[in-house]
Design a protein. Structure first.
Length: 159
């Protein structure tokens, strides 16, 4: 397994995996998510891949080149150095992490997360953060198993 920066050549697999993530969210919250859509358009994906403040890393399975990318993690660098009320820190926000449904349980998500931690440390980030939907219990358990703890909670009341 190789973890590397995503390229435009990875777009077809990124799109497949984005579709998988969307369906997990749709199944958990069909009142919020539309099926058979995805978070980013092709144009947005190309912009993200070219943006140094939004690194995307992929797990590439060299032993199955026909599959290739089996997981990804989209990140966003957040800089609070000019905030009025926050400490002047830099945070690496994990915008999305996905492992192909056929490869889940093979520790690819753990490898991607550890890679992000190492990359963030080497680039002097203060912390790594992410959001997880409460309906995605497997993801919540996965992130807890990696040592993540809640630092803020989003709440709602459906009307």
């Amino acid at each position: 397994m190789i973890i590397r920066r995503a390229t435009r050549e990875d777009l077809p697999r990124l799109i497949d995996l984005l579709n998988q993530v969307l369906m997990v969210h749709y199944e958990g919250r069909p009142d919020l998510f539309r099926p058979h859509t995805r978070k980013y358009t092709d144009e947005q994906l190309c912009q993200i891949l070219a943006d140094e403040t939004r690194p995307v890393f992929v797990a590439y399975d060299a032993s199955h080149p026909s599959v290739g990318v089996v997981g990804y993690v989209f990140c966003i660098a957040e800089d609070f150095s000019h905030s009025n009320n926050m400490q002047p820190i830099q945070t690496l926000y994990i915008d999305d992490l996905c492992v192909d449904e056929h490869y889940r349980g093979d520790h690819i998500g753990t490898a991607l997360y550890k890679y992000v931690l190492s990359w963030a440390r080497s680039h002097s980030f203060y912390n790594v953060t992410l959001n997880v939907w409460c309906c995605n219990l497997k993801a919540m358990d996965f992130y807890r198993s990696l040592g993540l703890t809640p630092y803020k909670v989003g709440m709602e009341q459906v009307l």
